[in-house]
Design a protein around this ligand. Structure first.
Ligand code: 5GP
Ligand code: MN
Length: 336
């Protein structure tokens, strides 16, 4: 194992000091929470409730149906529908899987003005704009869930089967099923520990990937029809036709993994997925192969993420944003 660039024992001590018996703790993550954000939160609910803290999930957007199973045995834990009210009552806030305040969407102001310590556990490269509090940030971690496992071990918090399952969901989703380059020896060692703690990997697969609404494969079929490939520079992109999510009765979470099909084309080095969001904004998801750094590209437009998986939401029409991002992508690829 390489030496981490953060001080785990210090971070664990500082976070543990916030979460004792009777403390009200709110956990939150980025808009359109994913498996890492939600898995990390649910694991923290189990870990911190066992210490006697009152712990709630307060996210800026609703939990996608795909991840509802994580809350089946903690039905009172997801207070995302009343997030502002809960955040105002919190003794401490723990932000997971992001370091940037704006990614909290409609909750950014509430968290900024909360006046309580705001801890952060994250694996993004980011300037970080959250209010003060303990930090456990390591960009070499495959998932935020990986850091929560290290935190639990360091702090001596028992990892129950329920916490282990949530952390396994975090690892599986953020590594693309242990396929992406963020899969390190440490990631697989932790996955092994989680299986030993009682996780059923096939059941996690069925819960996360095999409970799709019929609209999900139909949407996939429609989006893949839009594939454009510029073979000479290794660029590929797909576009969600306006209104397609509504027509198929699905939500943005159902697009998870679609951009991988664009990345799967031979010699593609940069793959993009465009979709219209509410509020006249367009979201671009960026994925790369090899040494193309998509976080750098996304940052040109105010977005961010990881070297091989990044995203950005920009104001404008679909056609305008597409033209802007494609021009930057071509320039980036041509520059080598
Ligand atoms: P996705 O394309 O799957 O939504 O996101 C891929 C990665 O990029 C994730 O690590 C996510 O945190 C990051 N990301 C996605 N959208 C945004 C965004 O609007 N701003 C920033 N800073 N990062 C984003
Ligand atoms: Mn993550």
């Amino acid at each position: 194992m390489t030496t981490p660039d953060y001080n785990l024992p210090a971070a664990a001590r500082e976070i543990a000091a916030l979460v004792g018996p009777g403390r009200r703790i709110c956990l939150t993550t980025h808009v359109n929470a994913d498996g890492d954000g939600l898995g990390s939160e649910v694991a923290m609910v189990h870990l911190l409730r066992a210490l006697g803290a009152a712990v709630y999930v307060t996210n800026p957007t609703a939990t996608p149906p795909r991840f509802a199973f994580l809350f089946a045995d903690i039905p009172d834990a997801d207070k995302s529908g009343a997030a502002v009210k809960e955040l105002r009552r919190a003794d401490a806030i723990i932000v997971l899987d992001i370091t940037d305040l704006p990614r909290l969407g409609g909750l950014a102001d509430t968290v900024r003005d909360s006046g309580v310590p705001v801890a952060c556990i994250d694996h993004h490269v980011s300037p970080g704009t959250l209010p003060d509090g303990p930090r456990l940030v390591d960009a070499s971690a495959a998932a935020t869930g990986e850091l929560i496992y290290l935190l639990a071990r360091e702090a001596g918090w028992p990892v129950t089967a329920a916490a282990a399952r949530a952390l396994y969901v975090a690892l599986v989703t953020d590594t693309g099923g242990f396929r992406f380059s963020n899969t390190r020896p440490r990631t697989l060692r932790i996955a092994g520990d989680l299986l030993e703690a009682g996780v059923d990997p096939e059941q996690v697969y069925l819960d996360v990937y095999a409970g799709a609404p019929v609209g999900r494969p139909r949407l996939l079929a429609e989006v893949l029809q839009t594939l454009v490939v510029e073979e000479d520079i290794g660029l590929a992109w797909v576009t969600v036709p306006p209104g397609a999510l509504e027509r198929h009765g699905v939500d943005p979470d159902d697009l998870d993994g679609v951009v991988e099909h664009a990345r799967s084309v031979r010699r593609v080095r940069l793959a993009l997925l465009f979709r219209e969001m509410s509020g006249h904004r367009v979201k671009t998801s960026l994925r790369s192969v090899g040494n193309v750094n998509v976080a750098e590209l996304a940052r040109q437009f105010g977005g961010g993420g990881h070297a091989k998986a990044a995203g950005v939401a920009m104001p404008g029409t679909l056609a305008d944003v597409q033209a802007t991002v494609l021009a930057a992508a071509r320039a980036y690829l041509r520059a080598g």
